[in-house]
Design a protein around this ligand. Structure first.
Ligand code: AMP
Ligand code: ZN
Length: 119
């Protein structure tokens, strides 16, 4: 069944994106509202709403995303590391309910993962 979700529509080419990678199962494109000098997302073409909906039937697909991440990061100049983020659900502040892995980096270190709350 075709999904109307925004990342499914990007996968089908109905919404333009700055794509950096595509194969039969996954694709990657720059975030429209970047929070780091380099910020792109790796996305399965299969509509999985979030990591909370993932199961063992997705094992290969999820592995593929992480196994390809370093090559994609290097293709964007991230030769000294990067950060990988998956936001899940309300608590994870997920905005788009089609599973995606953020890849963030830039010339400078990104700083700590989350700000610590003042004691
Ligand atoms: P998340 O909070 O993990 O669900 O992140 C969703 C991300 O998708 C945000 O960083 C948005 O800036 C990004 N985004 C939303 N719409 C688009 C779009 N049309 N093209 C590229 N990135 C998008
Ligand atoms: Zn989708």
């Amino acid at each position: 069944m075709m999904s109307d979700c925004i990342f499914c529509r990007i996968a089908r080419g109905e919404i333009p994106s700055k794509k950096i990678y595509e194969d039969e199962e996954i694709f990657a494109f720059h975030d429209i509202n970047p929070i780091a000098p380099v910020h792109f997302m790796i996305v399965p073409k299969l509509h999985i709403a979030s990591l909370a909906e993932a199961n063992m039937s997705h094992q290969m697909l999820l592995g593929r995303i992480l196994a390809k991440a370093n090559d994609m990061a290097r293709s964007q100049g991230l030769n000294e590391g990067f950060r990988t983020i998956i936001n899940t659900g309300r608590i994870g502040h997920q905005e788009v309910y089609h599973l995606h892995v953020h890849i963030l980096g830039g010339p400078e270190p990104l700083g700590s993962m989350l700000k610590r709350k003042a004691p």
